[in-house]
Design a protein around this ligand. Structure first.
Ligand code: PLP
Length: 387
């Protein structure tokens, strides 16, 4: 991917920005500010400070010997994003964007959230940086995720239920964009995944790339060579693109994204425009974005980041699906074997690793990106296993 293409926000034919002119102006300004600060030494020093002192980075790259032996193939390492403050990778991006917002003079942070995980990460960063925080959430989602609404409120955020449309994530996104166009002078829209119009996919990748920057250094220290494969789950695609970033130009490293078999944007999607950018989208018979369902709320999205769409079409990365049964089994097996309860999203990557590892030699190395911890999912898994 040439720098030129990235700067325009295109990854092959994917990405770009398909929004009304008044929003485009706001995005152009955001883009200019992002490129201005991303290489600014003072900005980066502050970012590194908070990633270290608040998020707890770097996160370990843990060799899981018992699991490697049980699966009888590759040597498996877990990149431990589950050990970050707030329990997942989302905080890396929230801190990066809020530091940019501060420099842009924003006083209000707005965000959308589906299940609430991005809302909680945003509310956390806003509490820490003393920013006003407004979270748009589909009215239906606020009822299903009442505990996450309470979490955000505890952290000082205002949660605005959106009744328009179906009262789901898409309606919350529309509402947040309206707010941004009305209030762009003092407001920053903190987007949670590697999706949306340019510059968001590029910006979110930049902040999540810390994952592979660390893992590359760590594996070279531990093993003296690069891994043979990296596996990560893909919803919008931010933890996966962060886990892949520093290996994209290393052709010996296989990159594998894993989706739920009920929301397989990359395995079955077609090029289309959704939420202001072009990517592979799951469409229904009428050509509308399909209603997806995943047991892992964070993977429940009919589109996927534009760079993943390009990595798939160009053949640089592979994408696979796993079933709910395989995910539940992986969730339990990692807990039992290594004492690590993964997020249901991350358990998708673990489930695929279980199929891949035995096909690899014992001297080969497989890194699984553990995007988050499973405390949030324990009750749901309890209910599912009871049935
Ligand atoms: C939100 C979330 C995901 C999915 O988002 P991506 O942008 O695809 O990374 C995956 N894992 C966890 C733990 C999450 O909270």
């Amino acid at each position: 991917m040439s720098q030129q293409l990235q700067q325009e926000g295109y990854f092959g034919e994917f990405g770009g920005s398909f929004v009304p002119p008044e929003l485009q102006e706001v995005l152009n300004y955001l883009s200019a500010q992002f490129y201005k600060f991303k290489d600014d030494p003072e900005y980066n020093e502050e970012l590194r400070y908070y990633l270290r002192e608040y998020v707890g980075r770097q996160s370990p790259l843990t060799y899981v010997q018992r699991l490697s032996e049980a699966w009888g193939g590759a040597k498996i390492y877990l990149k431990r994003e589950d050990l970050n403050h707030t329990g997942a990778h989302k905080i890396n991006n929230a801190i990066g964007q809020i530091l940019l917002a501060k420099r842009m003079g924003a006083k209000r942070i707005i965000a959308e959230t589906g299940a609430g995980q991005h809302g909680v990460a945003t509310a956390t960063a806003c509490a820490m940086f003393d920013m006003e925080c407004i979270i748009y959430m589909g009215a239906e989602d606020t009822r299903r995720q009442a505990l996450n609404v309470f979490r955000m409120e505890l952290l000082g955020a205002t949660v605005v239920p959106v009744n328009k449309g179906q009262g789901r994530l898409k309606d919350a996104v529309d509402e947040a964009l309206d707010d941004l166009v009305r209030n762009y002078k003092n407001t920053f829209y903190l987007l949670g995944s590697a999706v949306g119009p340019h510059p968001f996919p590029t910006m979110v990748k930049h902040f999540q790339s810390v994952i592979s920057e660390e893992s590359k250094r760590q594996i070279l220290e531990k093993e003296g060579r690069l891994p043979d494969a990296i596996v990560a789950c893909a919803g919008g695609g931010s933890n996966a693109i962060g886990a892949f970033a520093h290996y994209i130009d290393e052709p010996s490293v296989r990159l594998i994204g894993v989706e739920p078999d009920q929301a397989p944007s990359l395995t079955q999607g077609v090029p289309s425009i959704i939420h202001g950018f072009k990517c592979l989208v799951l469409l229904d018979e009428e050509g509308q974005p399909k209603k997806t369902y995943s047991i892992a709320a964070g993977l429940d999205y009919p589109g996927i980041g534009p760079e993943h769409s390009h990595l798939k079409v160009s053949g640089r990365a592979e994408y696979a699906t796993v079933t709910n049964e395989e995910v539940l089994e992986a969730f339990q097996e990692l807990s039992r074997t290594e004492g690590i309860i993964p997020a249901l999203e991350s358990a998708h990557a673990v489930a695929y690793a279980k199929k891949l590892a035995p096909t690899m030699r014992k001297d080969q190395i497989l890194i699984v990106n553990l995007s988050g911890r499973g405390d949030k999912d324990v009750e749901q898994v309890f209910q599912m296993l009871k049935k």
